[in-house]
Design a protein around this ligand. Sequence first.
Ligand SMILES: Nc1ncnc2c1ncn2[C@@H]1O[C@H](COP(=O)(O)OP(=O)(O)OP(=O)(O)O)[C@@H](O)[C@H]1O
Ligand SMILES: [Mg+2]
Length: 479
Amino acid sequence: MVIISESKASRYSGYSKTQFRYGMTYVVITFVVLLILNIYCSQTCQELFYESKKTSMVEKCLLASDEIGKLEVLNPTTVAQAVSQMESLKVTRLIVTDTSGSALFDSAGEAAGTYVLFPEILTAMEGNDVCSWKYHDGTVDTRAAAPIDYSGTMVGCVYITEYDTVQGGLIQSMQRTVLRISLLLEAVVILFTILFSFTFSRRLNRIMTSMRIIQEGDYTHKVNMGGNDELTILGNEFNDLTERLKNSEEKRSRFVSDASHELKTPLASIKLLADSILQYDMDLETVREFVGDIGDEAERLNRMTAKLLSLTRAEDAASQESEIIYMAPTVRRVARMLKQNALQSKVSFQLDLDSDTPILILEDDLYQIVFNLMENGIKYNQPGGILSVRLYREEDNAVLQVSDTGAGIPEDALSHIFERFYRVDKARSRATGGSGLGLSIVRTIVQRNRGEIQVYSVLGQGSTFTVTFPAFDAEVDKT
Ligand SMILES: Nc1ncnc2c1ncn2[C@@H]1O[C@H](COP(=O)(O)OP(=O)(O)OP(=O)(O)O)[C@@H](O)[C@H]1O
Ligand SMILES: [Mg+2]
């Protein structure tokens, strides 16, 4: 179990803050949208009521001005009489003025005989019909005015007002309903934002906690996100990554333990030989023999570290430059290098390098491949055996084939020979100085250069290693 320290856990609270910020942004945005919607609804509703009211108010005004315009004489008495005959008018207040703005009649009785210079009256005196309105506290206050025309001359004006609490009440109740719905919507948005933020933060924290656990070294830990969204995909990707990390970590530690184990053996031999020389009285001949053995072991250590180095280099090189080369010159160079070994092992070369095809690879890489395969072909051959190397083209591929007439490789070992430190016969390989790294170096380099390696072996008859690379011309055609 991995315990996460307080300070590490507190690092994750930052994510909740981010979520809170996002959440608040949503809340503010929806609030502003709802506010605009409210204002717009209220305005539109008032406008609609006003439009319907305006027509009837202007009509009433014109009706009154027509009736009054029929009077021969315009004075408070004649106007009062005319108004009394217009019962159907039904307005809150009616004022009739002369051309100077002095009230000849006021149904409210307040302004009679005084000047009533309301803006609507002033507009009507200029010869225009006018209607204006105001809405406050559930009341629609509408005012209209029209000039009184007598035989083409303006003789005064009619001014009417109407306080409508019914329509005002309707506007008010509609505004309240829209406001209530908006508040409800905002509350739902806030609730959902809190819920979403909480769930999102919790799930994100789950990944963060898992990251910390993996960092602490527990690669078996898996994050379970549940659901079916982007976070679930992120969780699955994270688990895949952890799995890959676990595998490479396992490989690394296996490599380290294998390498140290392999290095330990020659070191132990050196120590044993040195102790023997120091502890026992030996004749010079035996001492020479022991020191010689120490030299052999040191040489083996040297070879092994060199191979380990080239394996690490081969595995680390992600991308590299390559050159267009023919394989034959490299095969000949390796053959020259291994000539002495072949003579000692009584193995003869058979080189068939005429059908050579250029490939894209670094010369150093090709050298490593050819060297390791030919070295094995000599090492695991038998006295009087043959090591043949063939180069040929097969469709779009250039092929390098290294065959020997040695003891062959048992079938169950074939799938393992490319593993690091794997040797079929440990005792024999050790005697021949093998570390079990050559073929893993070969496979790594081959794969890195878009090639393939195959092995075919018959016990007692020999083995054939076939390396295939895409021919350079075929690669160029593809691009
Ligand atoms: N041509 C071959 N014939 C028979 N066995 C082979 C042949 N090539 C490889 N092997 C077997 O496969 C094993 C792995 O070979 P590899 O080249 O990786 O290691 P190695 O030869 O033992 O050591 P080195 O690291 O020095 O190459 C060898 O130990 C040997 O048992
Ligand atoms: Mg080898």
